[in-house]
Design a protein around this ligand. Sequence first.
Ligand SMILES: Cc1ncc(COP(=O)(O)O)c(C=O)c1O
Length: 393
Amino acid sequence: MSDHLMNTYMRQPVTFIKGDGVWLWDANGDKYLDALAGVAVNGLGHAHPKLVKALSDQVAKLIHVSNYYHIAEQATLADKLCEISGMDKVFFCNSGCEANEASIKLARLYGHNKGIDNPEIIVMDQSFHGRTMATLSATGNRKVQAGFEPLVSGFIRVPYDDIEAVKQVAKHNANVVAILVEPVQGEGGINIPKQASAYLEAMRQICDAHGWLLMLDEVQTGIARTGTWFSFQHSHIKPDVMSLAKGLGSGVPIGACVARGKAAEVFTYGKHGSTFGGNPLACAAGLATLNAIEEEGLCQNAEKIGNLIRSEFAAEFKNTPGVTAVRNAGLMIGIELDRPCGDLVKIALAAKLLINVTADNVVRLLPPLVMNENEAKELVQRLAVIIKTFLNS
Ligand SMILES: Cc1ncc(COP(=O)(O)O)c(C=O)c1O
């Protein structure tokens, strides 16, 4: 502990010193089951041997140069991301909010290039896009914005999973240039559109009809989390722009704004940049992560284990009225309670289990993509007892 850290986090009273797969150990030698994976970051679990080797090799060669020069690892990672997504071009940055900043800048520039001087972007209620000024302004949560006014203008908010609302905006506003939306809302409470692929497909149609960009924030849903490389791949559409971060570097900071077609040509020389973005170390982490996901079938595993966890929890809570819903998109799992349940984080920690609570009353689980069946069943058994005890207390 230090008095010299700003008070931005409500930290749990534990310090981890090592990890292996889905397990973490604290300084006392106690072992924890990690069902949060650094908030959807450690997809390969902790200390994955392929990642350790790739990073050690890269550190010994080159950590950073500058985007003044060609970077081989960056080019290879861009090629790989485009291959698995069907997109065309990538801009690398260092985090999810930066990836969204790039998307927002890209959309505004796209609008200006079309002669729209005050471009506006449609965003959703309950969304989360980050904590920089533009991304907190795009975010649909007053708690994230309060105290930071004046907000960045140019965002029009509509309810999530409501195509009619988007159509109404289209009727009345000629300045719209893009929609920015999460395929599944993570921080908002694991909100899955009622017909997820139809929702994206309808937005694709509206964007095409009006010349808007469809921009997906896949920072949390991307990199195999929902059972496909990217969540949009459960549907039949492609976005124009997609933001990535979290799972891409397995903990080495990296973000990416990935674009397709006309959107991929919007940024030209001098329009955007980053000192660290896409440096050799971060890109080596990204490449090792994507290769391991592919070699070990982790998209399929995320789907299989996520569905197993959801069905086991559904069975556990069949006669538990305090649990109002159990839902998942791959290994994004939400257990909704009928009351605020933030205290569960501390209770679970005391039981050596790492979980998260979001939107006040949703237990959120984002386990490593490498979780196996036994570990999944252990997670369900341990957490079900904790939630039932909490509800009865
Ligand atoms: C959907 C989404 N977008 C953006 C972000 C912001 O990412 P970062 O914290 O890396 O800036 C997050 C983080 O939780 C997220 O879930």
